[in-house]
Write a protein that binds this ligand. Structure first.
Ligand SMILES: CC(C)(COP(=O)(O)OP(=O)(O)OC[C@H]1O[C@@H](n2cnc3c(N)ncnc32)[C@H](O)[C@@H]1OP(=O)(O)O)[C@@H](O)C(=O)NCCC(=O)NCCS
Length: 179
């Protein structure tokens, strides 16, 4: 659980309550959690459909695999309602990457997005790594306010290619997908 100063939260709308990541908003009860068991996959699918153009078609089955293989996984809830989500993958020491940062449109511009990213960055799986990356198409300004820099090195990508599945490998793989 995380309990830090919510320095970026606008005090007019949010007040600090340092009990296990609980934030009180005027008419809301916002809670940050790192427990994967707190992820409601149907609500997550809906949140992505509304607010994450790159993830709007994801199925609950595939999301559960992504969550099982990510750490940390941070949820933001208003009561029982899922209103924010972010996750990272990390080797714990050299490199980490943050993925799928989303705040529900009804809850934006109140500091929750920054708090969400800062919560990922402060997690033990991420806070010691040399470099933490993320990919963004048009939110550079948001991330720069948190401390990210634009990165001029070339990023390369390979999309899933089914012929790799049938390649003879010199290593015998054991498939553990999670979910
Ligand atoms: C990006 C997102 C998570 C931000 O959530 P949020 O709760 O509104 O963020 P915050 O309230 O913490 O905003 C922090 C600051 O960034 C600013 N900001 C937000 N988007 C920005 C942008 N594109 N360019 C510059 N500044 C931006 C806000 O104005 C705010 O500034 P302030 O603190 O000086 O007022 C939210 O807009 C979202 O879910 N967007 C859709 C999904 C998305 O694009 N995710 C990022 C994918 S990589």
């Amino acid at each position: 659980m995380f309990c830090e100063t919510f320095r970026r939260l606008k005090v007019s709308k949010l007040s600090k309550n340092c009990e296990f990541g609980i934030i009180k908003m005027s008419n809301a009860h916002i809670q940050f959690s790192e427990r994967k068991s707190d992820v409601d996959f149907e609500q997550l699918r809906e949140l992505f459909k509304i607010a994450a153009f790159w993830a709007s078609e994801r199925s609950t089955e595939d999301l559960s695999i992504a969550v099982a293989n990510s750490e940390p996984v941070i949820t933001v809830k208003d009561g029982e309602r899922l209103i924010g989500f972010a996750r990272a993958t990390s080797d714990g020491i050299y490199r980490a990457t943050i993925w799928d940062v989303v705040i529900h449109p009804d809850y934006r511009s109140q500091g929750l997005g920054s708090k969400l990213v800062e919560t990922v960055l402060s997690h033990p799986k991420v806070n010691r790594v040399e470099r933490t990356y993320l990919m963004t198409t048009h939110r550079q300004g948001f991330y720069e306010k948190i401390g990210f820099e634009r990165n001029s090195t070339t990023t390369m990508v390979i999309y899933n290619q089914s012929h790799f599945n049938s390649l003879q490998s010199s290593v015998q793989f054991h498939e553990v997908l999670g979910g």
